[in-house]
Ligand binder design. Structure first.
Ligand SMILES: [Zn+2]
Length: 143
């Protein structure tokens, strides 16, 4: 499944760890994210790599919609993710049931660079962290 050259590839989430030691175990489904921040990072990575199923599976059940796969696929095709910065986290640790992660994700769409600033809510569902919702602000990138 993995090629040798992939083992040292830096993770898209910007952690500077190799992908195989960072988000890959979560995105590939063999080791669920242990904290809200790890889940958030893995979802960013899944957006960057186009892993639609992972994004749906890590959304809280009551926030899933039948057309999620189509909408996510369109978003992924239209967007190039260029960086992630974690601003702060509240709770979301191994012993918590809820967590908040605030972050700025940089992206390009339709030739324009922009930033998505989001304060996301996460909770545990069936023992695993899932994304609930968030306050989102999108603004043009200031050079
Ligand atoms: Zn990562």
């Amino acid at each position: 499944m993995l090629h040798d050259q992939d083992l040292n590839r830096k993770c898209p989430c910007g952690s500077s760890k190799p992908f195989s030691f960072c988000c890959e175990p979560a995105v590939e489904g063999y080791k669920p994210a242990s904290t809200a921040e790890a889940l958030m990072r893995s979802r960013y990575t899944a957006f960057a790599l186009g892993q639609v199923d992972y994004l749906i599976n890590t959304t809280a059940e009551r926030y899933r919609n039948p057309d999620d796969a189509v909408i996510l696929s369109e978003q992924i095709q239209a967007t190039t993710w260029t960086g992630l910065e974690i601003i702060m986290t509240e709770q979301g640790k191994a012993e918590d049931e809820t967590g908040i992660v605030e972050f700025i994700a940089s992206f390009e769409a339709a030739g324009e660079a922009a930033q998505l600033h989001e304060k996301s809510n996460f909770r545990r569902e069936n023992g695993h962290w899932v994304y609930v919702d968030g306050e989102v602000e999108i603004r043009p990138q200031t050079a």
